[in-house]
Design a protein around this ligand. Structure first.
Ligand code: SF4
Length: 687
């Protein structure tokens, strides 16, 4: 809407900083962002956090990519779109011809829109002819999704943020919710303070929610599966398991009960290094809570047992009957704004949009008919396998959009080595990221404020964002770039607006069947599955679980030791995570002056015990070295961490934390075990 003073515009948008999905009006004058005004977002009502409120100036930063860049010698030169796109299409076409479509990999951003993501996977499958397509949920929440697919059938939060607020007991496991999902955390803080909600936090680090919790316990990193399974056994042993619910709604009960045999409370106490009294007190709270929501994030998923621990959470919710009702359920908290959407859109190597398997002939022929092509039936490479594929010579080219893989993926040196080997590498982003250094062509994409489209938030909520600003310089909305590449490679695409992309996607995807831009006008939202008549499901599984017989499935589990344990040489356990003010590696937030000044430096949190042992204070420079890399950093002595656990925030200016993390992954999903890294610390002479 144009206001009285002509150049002032008010546009509805959705925050791009986390999966909570806050929406608000952004007031702009020309390119200047005047203010953010939260009005009546379904996720946030009138709230935002510091990133959502102040984190927007990066869109006008001098570092924004304004023109395509083409590698020349050891540097880059600016180019016109025509030249850049022609080069991309020609090289991808040549490599496809020489080495086959599976020699090319595509990685989609979880920050771009659903429509951008849908077209990227369509480019991979229908134009290039490969299922080598993935998105960054591989780095975060794929294990959570896997755990939910195994047990309840949908890969999404089982209820809404409102259910979390209403719940009698909130259990937060491996999530620094106050800093990573601030507005959602506020709902919990309020319910806890004012309405008697019980709050239990399991985390090795004492973050803000832990300080507020009724009980905070610190399981040894990588041991969560043990106490979760022990709690399930405890429920059965003490007559707390909801046997009526289980008999009616859950399969594989006997197999599951048998699998729980090793998981006594004594075993859990020993393995997790938590007093048995504490574990018993928590189990008793869970047993007696009328409703429970479990919130979890990277502290659970980024382990070699990430999928299994996520499965253990869902098993425990089934054991205690905490599905199918308001105020209950499983809440893996999505990191990026569109982690949920990128996977929903089929930016994954095994699924078309809506988790329809590429290996299913019926599904494939549906897509073949609509897209008028023959599609590959073989499951493609995930982004971790793509890196390995470069090393073994099977993958020759990659096209990355909005993904700074060197900073985001584990073992940064290994990833950089792969990018050096690529025959052709296209990176599309809004800034010249670390990853861009390795590109042959860099394409300037557009941030959310410069495009129309939809995002799907952590509570499966599909929301529209509208274009508030024109594309900067020669930058273009990502879907336009993908369409231009497709058409130069023989596709015949004619989308004129993202609404047409959504219409096509919805027609092929039962999960989004009734979704349309019309139904999502302004502040209207829908939570998938969206049925053809436009009705949606704020709470999943009310009428049964998403399996043919409508029954959930207990999934038996075994415990395995973490991949990287402290040794004599590497004696410290390294943990890592977000800061409130920054977004991930800080590409965007470090370019917002006000935020940058607040927290400009990188530091490693060191416990008081360790500081005393090494005779160091805050401000001391140290060198951290893992089996994979090394970095120099300042110390911050704090009671937030204990013993030999040290903690690094993700955001940095000097290089990614991931030079330290290794290549071991969750066995079911290939998600890197970022949280299983051991390091040694050398105190440096300078201060
Ligand atoms: Fe944005 Fe998340 Fe903050 Fe909401 S809570 S304003 S979505 S960063």
């Amino acid at each position: 809407a144009t206001m009285r003073e002509e150049r002032i515009k008010k546009t509805k948008t959705v925050c791009t900083y986390c999966g909570v999905g806050c929406s608000y009006d952004v007031w702009t004058k020309d390119r200047k962002i005047l203010k953010i005004e939260p009005l009546h977002g379904d996720a946030n009502a009138i709230s935002t956090c510091v990133k959502g409120k102040f984190g927007w100036d990066y869109v006008n930063h001098k570092d924004r990519l304004r023109k395509p860049l083409i590698r020349e010698g050891s540097g880059f030169r600016e180019a016109e779109w025509e030249e850049a796109l022609t080069l991309v299409a020609r090289r991808l076409g040549e490599i496809k011809k020489e080495s086959g479509p599976d020699s090319i990999g595509v990685v989609v951003s979880s920050k771009t829109t659903n429509e951008d993501g849908y077209l990227m996977q369509k480019l991979a499958r229908a134009v290039i002819g490969t299922n080598n397509v993935d998105n960054c949920s591989r780095y975060c929440q794929s294990p959570a999704t896997a755990g939910l697919f195994r047990t309840v059938g949908y890969g999404g939060d089982s209820g809404s943020i409102e259910d979390i607020a209403q719940s009698k007991l909130v259990l937060i496991v491996g999530s620094n919710t106050a800093e990573s999902h601030p507005v959602l955390a506020t709902r919990v803080k309020r319910a806890h303070k004012l309405f008697g909600q019980r709050l239990i936090v399991a985390d090795p680090r004492e973050h803000e929610m832990a300080t507020r919790a009724d009980i905070h316990f610190r399981p040894k990193p990588g041991s969560d599966l043990v106490w979760l399974c022990a709690f399930s056994r405890y429920m059965f042993d003490h007559g707390y398991a909801k046997t009526d619910f289980i008999a009616q709604h859950v399969n594989y009960v006997e197999e599951y009960r048998k699998s729980l045999e090793p998981f006594t409370m004594e075993f859990a106490a020993k393995q997790c290094n938590v007093p048995i009294e504490t574990l018993t007190a928590v189990a008793e709270e869970i047993a007696h809570a009328e409703t429970m929501c479990v919130l979890w994030a990277m502290g659970i998923t980024q382990h070699v047992m990430g999928s299994d621990s996520s499965t253990a959470i869902s098993n425990l919710l089934l054991t205690t009957g905490n599905y199918m009702r308001p105020g209950c359920g499983a809440y893996p908290l999505r990191g990026h704004n569109n982690v949920q959407g990128a996977s929903d859109m089929g930016a994954m190597p095994n699924n078309f949009p809506g988790y329809q398997p590429v290996t299913n002939d019926e599904v494939r022929s549906k897509f073949e008919k609509t897209w008028s092509v023959t599609l590959p039936a073989k499951v493609g490479l995930d982004n971790h396998q793509m890196v390995d594929g470069v090393y073994d010579g099977t993958l020759r080219a990659m096209y990355l959009a909005g993904e700074d893989m060197i900073s985001a993926d584990s073992n940064a040196n290994h990833v950089a080595g792969a990018f050096e080997k690529l025959d052709f590498f296209v990176v599309q982003d809004i800034f010249f990221t670390e990853t861009c250094r390795y590109a042959d062509v860099v394409l300037p994409g557009a941030p959310a404020l410069e495009k129309d489209g939809t995002f799907t938030s952590t509570e499966r909520r599909i929301q529209r964002l509208y274009q508030a600003l024109p594309e900067l310089g020669d930058a273009r909305a990502d879907w336009k770039i993908t369409q231009d590449i497709a058409n130069r490679m023989g596709g015949n695409w004619n989308y004129t607006h993202p609404s047409e992309i959504m219409a096509e996607m919805a027609s092929l995807t039962p999960l989004y069947a009734g979704a349309s831009f019309e139904r999502l006008e302004n502040y209207n939202t829908l939570q998938w599955p969206v049925h053809p008549d436009g009705t949606d499901e704020p709470i999943l599984y009310v009428n049964g679980f998403n399996f043919a017989d409508k029954k959930a499935r207990f999934f038996p589990l075994q415990f395995r030791e973490p991949s990287d344990e402290p040794s004599v040489e590497f004696d410290l356990f390294l943990n890592n995570g977000r800061q409130l003010e920054h977004f991930h590696e800080g590409n965007m937030t470090h370019r917002v002056a006000g935020i940058h000044e607040e927290t400009p430096e990188r530091y490693v949190e060191v416990s008081e015990e360790l500081a005393q042992e090494r005779q160091i204070e805050s401000g001391q420079w140290v060198r951290l070295t893992s089996r994979y890399g090394s970095l120099r950093i300042k110390v911050l002595v704090t009671a937030r961490v204990v013993g030999k656990q040290v903690y690094l925030p993700l955001a940095s200016e000097e290089g990614p934390v991931n030079v330290l993390t290794g290549s071991h992954t969750d066995s079911a999903t290939d998600t890197p075990a970022y949280k299983e890294t051991v390091v040694k610390m050398q105190v440096l002479p300078e201060r």
